[in-house]
Design a protein around this ligand. Sequence first.
Ligand code: PLP
Length: 389
Amino acid sequence: MLKTISGFERIGEENAFTVLARAAELSAQGRDIINLGIGQPDFPTPDHIVEAAVKALRDGHHGYTPATGILPLREAVVRRTLQTTGVEISADRVVIAPGGKVTMFAAILMFGAPGVEIMYPDPGFPIYRSMIEFTGATPIPIEVREENGFAFSGEETLALINDKTRLIILNSPANPTGGVTPRAEIEILVNGMEKHPDVAIMSDEIYDSMTYDGIQSTSLLTFPSIRDRLIILNGWSKTWAMTGWRLGWSIWPDGLFENMRKLAVNAWSCVNAPAQYAGIAAIDGPQDEVAKMMAAFDRRRQLVVKRLNGIENISCATPKGAFYAFPNISKTGWQAKKLATALLEDAGVATIGGPDFGILGEGYIRLSYANSEENINLAIDRIDRFLGK
Ligand code: PLP
């Protein structure tokens, strides 16, 4: 037997990719599958962004770039950050990475080790816990509950901090719940963090511009008191429908930037050059396609909530952000993962069981409403029929 370092026996998965593969397999067998499983916009990347990448290739941008990304792209991130948060950051603190995920990977690697604790939202993006366990650190869930609109509590989060805590991971707007944590709650947390100057924060703001009903998401960057220990995770995947481009950005404090830069040099050298030029076009170009996409998501959100609430024994809170609904299925008598499997295998609807996002996900399933209204209606007809059997 080959002996790897320990940790790989603990590393987890993102079940959305497993469900995506199974859905594709069933489709290839001729089954009619509606995919509400994977979290990616069903819209194409806007044309002008694609054209910018094609032009970059034709202009000869075929080589390595600086490991942290080309300066015009990092400057575009500075402009975008100023526009969305009102905060002026330095391009020297921005790192362009191959996707948003890489930022959490790097941040957790920097702090995780046996004997330390890292806090993360539960239910939450599954890679947080997976990577924490990989490093040997102890994962400490921050409970996110339906009765609080799936927002995290500032007080509860503070109460979990002890002298082993090294990093707190936050995510709003959130996957898988669509919850948006109100500014007042974040303020409580930030004020309390003054007593814990050695604890870092990673704020996953990848859904920052995907909110509804006039609600604004709050960037942790807008709190100056924690900026010296704050890592921001963001990227192009969701806002500009660019999941397959593998393009993300991160903002690092002075004390961590060099670690991230060196990780980039060691691991990926740089993000592919044409994608970086596309990233500039995404930020600086017209945003009307983004607005159209958000209007469509909003219509689908209302449809999915209305339709789910029409099914006996299911209740669905209205998500305030991202493109996920997280209905409560506990009254159906089904365990969530079993229900998700049965819905895929027997009813032809791909969803993800809540426990794939954490212990507190039991009793829920996640539906990504990045699909047409027609397919959403069909999928919910099938779920209704399946549960009525
Ligand atoms: N963070 C959250 C909360 C996500 O939901 C996702 C993707 O689903 C990511 C990060 C990763 O984004 P990317 O595809 O850019 O790596």
